[in-house]
Design a protein around this ligand. Structure first.
Ligand code: SF4
Ligand code: FES
Length: 460
């Protein structure tokens, strides 16, 4: 691709043609203030916070929407640029409530941060501020303070472009513009929590985390997602000994900057009052809390009794696949110590005929990041959007790029057989239209249908 030479704040930079001034600035580490721009979303250019001065341009231009041109000279912190940016900030703060001390986003709010640099110490606005009524969109996302919304439309674009389900939209214009779901519907998609991360202000916040802690009170631990079978990277945020929140950790090779709702919100189970936290024994038909010594002695005696009466083979351990490797190893050691070899973790498998016949460990056969560029995709026996929401999001990107949209009805049966033979080692064909297909096979659709790759039959 042709390279373009431009200058940003006096620094020369070479970028591929077609990139924007924002991309070029990011490449050399120059920060341009922004709200609506996000590297994974389309350009909306509706907040105007990224206005910069460009030589020969009659007025400041939005860096996120201005393509680079040969010899372009950009000033991001000149007097003209900063005056424009401060003007935009003043407009944004006309209606945004100044409630940082009680706002849940305080400490991690893009608007709060930028207001420090670009906001004035007092407002010239004397009129009444507008008020936007709160909305209830379900148990995960709080839309209690929609007056804070700055209409960047990141949440709307995320639904449209990444999740494949447009659950939020903007109604009205100008001062009457509002973000809302379609006629009071709830937000139910499997990636909805990412809209909370994307919101640059405290308009969309996490309902379970709301008012539980301040961001600076939390310690951070890197971890791996246990539910999406992708190993998404995440950060567990802890206060004292309690997990308070889980957020994605960016990894382009796996989850990019997203996280599925099941991995984001399942930490709530850890703090559930229904959770068993102390050993209990059933005595006289009633569960009673006992100390660990009593419980362990009871179990040891029980196991010894079974071994004596029925033999060691009568003992087996079915370990949850959610256990850690260390827990599994200890369980195996215990059962083997009792003389039994019956240990398994495949709790949902009923057919074991392939045992010992497969060579090596089954795997995807390609890096996860390459899923976006597949030509053909055959999904067998999985409702991708529910089972693997982030894989579905990647396949959706592939379909959006125009890949795999061929319609081959006459060869469908033959392609199905070929895809089934290839198993999960090589990508099979992608069909477009509904019709006969092998039992359990799900179609990944091309353009022209809400939900795209991830949407499948659920949205059709
Ligand atoms: S709710 Fe947040 S993400 Fe959505 S448009 Fe408003 S400010 Fe932007
Ligand atoms: S970030 Fe460029 S206009 Fe919003």
């Amino acid at each position: 691709m042709a390279q373009i030479n431009i200058e940003i704040d006096g620094k020369a930079v070479q970028v591929p043609a077609g990139q924007t001034v924002m991309d070029a600035a990011n490449q050399i580490g120059v920060y341009i203030p922004h709200f609506c721009y996000h590297k994974k979303l389309s350009i909306a250019a509706n907040c105007r916070m990224c206005l910069v001065q460009i030589e020969k341009a009659p007025k400041p231009m939005p860096a996120c929407a201005t393509p680079v041109a040969e010899g372009m000279k950009v000033q991001t912190h000149s007097e003209q640029a900063v005056t424009a940016q401060k003007g935009v900030m003043e407009f944004l703060l006309i209606n945004h409530p100044l409630d940082c001390p009680i706002c849940d986003q305080g400490g991690e709010c893009q608007l709060q941060d930028l207001a420090v640099g670009y906001g004035a110490s007092a407002s010239r606005y004397q009129e009444d501020k507008r008020v936007v009524f709160h909305k209830n969109v379900g148990p995960l996302i709080s839309m209690e303070e929609m007056t804070r919304c700055i209409h960047c439309t990141r949440c709307v674009r995320f639904g449209q472009e990444i999740a494949g389900i447009m659950e939020l939209g903007m109604s009205g214009r100008g001062e009457h513009a509002e973000i809302q779901s379609f006629v009071g519907r709830t937000v139910d998609s499997e990636l909805s929590g990412n809209m909370i991360d994307l919101c640059p202000v405290g308009a969309l916040t996490s309902k379970p985390f709301r008012y539980q802690a301040r961001t600076w009170e939390l310690a951070r631990r890197k971890s791996i997602a246990p539910h999406d079978s992708l190993g998404s990277n995440l950060v567990v945020q802890v206060k004292g000994e309690r997990v308070m929140r889980v957020l994605p950790l960016e990894n382009e090779a796996l989850n990019e900057c997203w996280l599925s709702d099941k991995d984001r919100f399942s930490y709530e189970g850890l703090n559930s009052p229904d959770r068993l936290t102390a050993p209990m024994l059933k005595q006289g038909g009633e569960w009673k809390e006992v100390d660990w010594q009593t419980a362990l002695r009871y179990v040891a005696e029980g196991l010894a009794g079974i071994t004596k009466e029925h033999g060691a083979d009568a003992i087996a351990a079915l370990v949850s696949p959610h256990s850690t490797l260390e827990e599994m190893a200890l369980a195996a050691q215990l059962v083997r110590g009792l003389g039994s070899d019956n240990v398994d973790f495949r709790l949902r498998q009923t057919d074991f005929r392939a045992d010992g016949k497969r060579r090596g460990a089954p795997w995807l056969g390609m890096p996860v990041a390459d899923l976006n560029s597949l030509d053909r995709i055959l999904v067998v026996g999985s409702f991708l959007r529910k089972d693997h929401p982030l894989v579905a999001a990647r396949l959706r990107q592939a379909v959006k790029k125009g890949r795999g949209t061929q319609h081959r009805p006459r060869h469908r049966r033959r392609l199905a057989d070929a895809g089934a033979r290839q198993g999960n080692r090589r990508p099979g064909p992608l069909w477009r239209s509904a019709g006969r297909h092998p039992r359990g096979a799900r179609e990944v659709e091309g353009r022209g249908r809400a939900g795209g790759a991830g949407g499948g039959h659920a949205d059709g």
